[in-house]
Design a protein around this ligand. Sequence first.
Ligand SMILES: Nc1nc2c(ncn2[C@@H]2O[C@H](COP(=O)(O)OP(=O)(O)OP(=O)(O)O)[C@@H](O)[C@H]2O)c(=O)[nH]1
Length: 340
Amino acid sequence: MENTVIPVYLLSGFLGSGKTTLLKRWLEAAERSGRKAAVVMNELGEVNLDGVQLGPDVRMAEMLGGCICCTVRGDLGMEMLKLIDEHHPDLVLVESTGAANPLDIIDAIGDASMLKRMELRQVVTVVDAAHLQDQLSRGKGQTFRLMKEQIRCADALLLNKIDLVTEAEADALERVIREWTPLVRIERTIAADTDIGRLERSNGTGGPAADATSAHKHEDGEAGCTPDCAEHGHDHEQKHAHHHGHEHVMAYTCYVDRPVDSEAFEAMMGRLPDEIYRAKGILTFTDTSARFMFQYAYKQLDLMRIAPQGDVPDVAVFIGEHFERTELEREMLALMNKPI
Ligand SMILES: Nc1nc2c(ncn2[C@@H]2O[C@H](COP(=O)(O)OP(=O)(O)OP(=O)(O)O)[C@@H](O)[C@H]2O)c(=O)[nH]1
């Protein structure tokens, strides 16, 4: 036991791509094989809505209200060490916010692995096929660059939500991904349905992942994903720029203290501006008096009836780029029938 190295898997991918969906499958697979998994979750909002979906028995460290790769980056190693000391897991799964740059997280895991016997085995990037297609048609912007970076850092890549594109479109997407990162293993999935055992058995693209620090380093010691990863920058200024590359992403958390009308809610979601590309939350509806978790990613709204364990407030979290927060506040007040 003393000499066991705990494998760590990093789940990367843009907001709403399907990371939590994959995480749930991973936890189920670990449980089936009798292994104890621990999870580090990071959300931009102030409530761990992803965690609510996992149930009360999952050993979990939550890092809320900031992005793992900058504001809370320093805490990541600490949280991992604490989790390992407390729970002695057989594996650790780290789900970053979709706004995170994997390089910084890879670095932080590397630092932590100097203090505890753990190693980063895989960076698994989940890609929303339809969203990538949309971003490719724009071909620029911070979201595009961040998606590209997340893809280039992947050892394994799930081209997810394949139900939302045609086969020819998926072929075209794979060709682009291969241009960016030729060695990555790509799998097309719906609802991140993949063989977890195979994901775990394979090592990183660059051969055996000996340890977290060496598996994802450039030859010159710069943290990176592939040796030709020119975008990551090699001088301080560039590094600084890339580190803060997602500051354009903002989150607005709104606690909802009363049941709301489901039709008014759906109508409001239908009016959300393009700048808000992700939302999630828990609401109680007046017309059904049940509680629902809602998920919104790129104009697609899903509602699921839930009965969360413990004391979870009704809340709505909106994530996007430079959106009008006051406008959204007004919408939410109207939804709650409160004076504006
Ligand atoms: N159509 C479609 N929807 C999917 C698929 N996979 C996941 N979803 C839905 O996409 C939404 C976002 O999925 P999540 O797994 O929460 O995504 P995430 O990457 O964890 O999101 P963040 O944590 O906010 O970054 C949910 O409503 C899922 O049900 C898929 O293959 N096809």
